[in-house]
Design a protein around this ligand. Structure first.
Ligand code: SF4
Length: 465
C-alpha cells in the first residue's frame, strides 16, 4: 500500500511596506516552506494568513490596520508581523481576534506562531530541503515575491543613525551587517537561477560592514572586506551559465567619501551606473534638524566629479518638504540646489509626523496648505528636469531589461515594457518598446534605439546589437 503523505497546511501572506519588508516576507515564506507548508494565493484556501505590516508613517500604519481588518473579515485566522508588531497592544485593542503579533525580523517567533495556529503534518517521506517547483519558488527552493529576473539582496539590518523623522533604529535596532561571503553566495545562487538584476538594499548601504570593522572573509580563494566597494566589485563579476553578468543596482547609499570608489566600477561597466541617495533636503539648517548622515556642503562638487568619471550615472533621490522649521528661504534653497544637481529621478513627500520620532517636538510646524504648495512646486521642478534629461536620450541606443511582453494587437504587433539602466523596478520610469519579436521574454537584455520621451518614460524599438 502506498504511504499517504498528509496534505500540508496552507499559509496566505499579505506583504506591505518597503522592499526590505518584502525580503522579510520572502524569508518567512522560505522558512515555512522548508517546514512543509504550502502557500495559498487567496484568503479562502489559507489555514492561516500572515500580514507583514509597515509602521513607518502614520498613513502606512492605517494601511496595515486596514489589511489586518480585511484578512480577519475574509479568513479569520490572522497572525501579524513586521514593523507594526512593536505595537501589539494597539493591534490587539482593535482586533482582539488576532492569533499572534510578532515584530520585525522575529523570524523564529512568527514561524512558531504559524506552527501553533496550523501545525504542520510532517512526513519523513517529504524532502526536508525544498526543491524547485517553478511558479513562485526560486531554483534553490527559496520563495521569491519579486519576478524571477530581478531580486533584492539585503546586506544588513538596522541603522546606527538617528534621523529625527525616523523610528526605524528603534524598530529595527543598530546596524547588523550580514557576512559578505554569505551575501555573495546568495547573489551567486540568484544569478545562476536566472536573476538578471540584483537590487542591493539595506537601511544604509554605504555603512555596510562598519559594525564588524569591515572584517575580511574568504570568497573564491581571495580575501574580501565587508565593505560596499568590495561587495560591488564582486557582485559585478558574477556570471550566469552563459557567462552573462547581472545588472547590479545600489539603493539607500549615503554620500560618505568612500562612495567615490564605486563610481569607477560603474565607468568600467562592472555595476549599473545608478545610485539611489536619499538626500531628503539641501538647506543646511533643515538637514541639521533632520540629523542626516553624511550631511556635507560639497555634495554638488561630488556629483560633478562623479559625472566626469561616469557621464551616464543616474542619481535617484527623495526629498521631504514641509519639515518643521523649513522656511520659504530653505525651500527656495532646495529648488535652486535641484537646478544645480540635475538629478535624474526624484520622489517627494510632504512631512508627516511619525509617532515616537523626535522631529515631532521641533518648533515651526509648517501649515498643511504650505506643504501642499511646496510639494506642487518641487514636483513641477523635478518633472521639468526629468523631461529634459529624458529628451536628451532620444536618438541614443541604450540597454533595456525586459519586464513584460504584451499580447499581439489587432495588427499582430507586440509591445514590451522594460527599463533602462537609469530605472529601478517599481520606483522609476519605463522604456516602452514597439514591434518586438514574440520570442522576447522577461529578463532579456536588449539594445533599443530611443525614439521619444515624456516626463517619466522613454519609447523606442529594439535595434540589432
Ligand atoms: S539613516 Fe536615518 S532615515 Fe535611514 S533608517 Fe537610519 S535613521 Fe532612518
Amino acid at each position: 500500500m502506498a504511504i499517504e503523505i498528509p496534505s500540508p497546511p496552507k499559509v496566505g501572506m499579505v506583504s506591505l511596506g518597503c522592499p526590505k519588508a518584502l525580503v522579510d516576507s520572502e524569508r518567512i515564506l522560505t522558512r515555512l516552506r522548508a517546514d512543509g507548508y504550502q502557500m495559498s494565493a487567496d484568503y479562502a484556501g489559507a489555514d492561516v494568513v500572515l500580514v507583514n505590516t509597515c509602521g513607518f508613517l502614520d498613513s502606512a500604519k492605517e494601511e496595515s490596520l486596514a489589511a489586518i481588518g480585511e484578512a480577519i473579515a475574509e479568513n479569520g485566522r490572522v497572525i501579524v508581523t513586521g514593523c507594526m508588531g512593536n505595537e501589539a497592544e494597539a493591534i490587539r485593542a482593535r482586533f482582539p481576534q488576532v492569533l499572534a503579533v510578532t515584530g520585525a525580523h522575529q523570524y523564529e517567533d512568527v514561524v512558531g506562531a504559524v506552527h501553533d495556529a496550523a501545525p504542520p503534518e510532517l512526513s519523513p517521506y517529504v524532502d526536508l530541503i525544498p526543491q524547485a517547483r517553478g511558479g513562485e519558488f526560486g531554483e534553490d527552493g527559496g520563495v521569491k515575491l519579486t519576478p524571477r529576473h530581478y531580486g533584492y539582496l539585503k546586506i544588513s539590518e538596522g541603522c546606527n543613525h538617528a534621523c529625527s523623522f525616523c523610528i526605524i533604529p528603534s524598530l529595527r535596532g543598530k546596524l547588523a551587517s550580514r557576512r559578505i561571503d554569505a551575501v555573495l553566495r546568495e547573489a551567486e545562487k540568484l544569478v545562476q537561477a536566472g536573476t538578471r538584476e540584483l537590487l542591493v538594499i539595506s537601511q544604509d548601504t554605504s555603512a555596510y560592514g562598519v559594525d564588524v570593522r569591515h572584517e575580511e572573509r574568504a570568497w573564491k580563494g581571495n580575501p574580501v572586506r565587508t565593505h560596499m566597494t568590495d561587495l560591488a566589485r564582486e557582485l559585478g563579476q558574477l556570471t550566469d551559465a552563459s557567462g552573462q553578468r547581472p545588472w547590479v543596482r545600489l539603493h539607500y547609499v549615503y554620500p560618505y567619501p568612500h562612495v567615490d570608489q564605486v563610481i569607477p566600477l560603474m565607468a568600467e561597466g562592472l555595476i549599473t551606473p545608478y545610485l539611489d541617495i536619499p538626500f531628503q533636503h539641501a538647506a543646511p539648517s533643515v538637514l541639521k534638524s533632520m540629523k542626516r548622515p553624511a550631511n556635507e556642503a560639497k555634495v554638488l562638487d561630488r556629483l560633478r566629479a562623479w559625472r566626469e568619471i561616469c557621464p551616464d550615472i543616474a542619481i535617484r533621490s527623495s526629498f521631504v518638504v514641509g519639515f518643521p522649521g523649513e522656511t520659504e528661504a530653505d525651500f527656495q534653497y532646495l529648488l535652486d540646489w535641484l537646478d544645480e544637481a540635475q538629478l535624474d529621478r526624484v520622489g517627494a513627500f510632504r512631512f508627516e509626523p511619525v509617532e515616537g520620532a523626535s522631529a515631532n517636538d521641533l518648533p515651526g510646524a509648517v501649515p498643511e496648505a504650505v506643504k501642499e504648495e511646496r510639494y506642487a512646486r518641487i514636483m513641477e521642478k523635478t518633472a521639468a528636469i526629468s523631461a529634459a534629461k529624458l529628451q536628451a536620450k532620444v536618438g541614443r541606443v541604450l540597454p533595456v531589461i525586459i519586464d513584460e511582453v504584451g499580447e499581439p494587437d489587432d495588427d499582430g504587433d507586440i509591445g514590451a515594457t522594460g527599463r533602462s539602466e537609469a530605472d529601478a523596478p517599481e520606483i522609476d520610469g519605463n522604456v516602452y518598446l514597439r514591434d518586438v519579436s514574440s520570442d522576447l521574454k522577461a529578463g532579456d537584455i536588449v539594445l533599443a534605439r530611443i525614439e521619444d520621451a515624456d516626463e517619466h518614460d522613454l519609447f523606442g524599438a529594439i535595434t540589432p546589437a
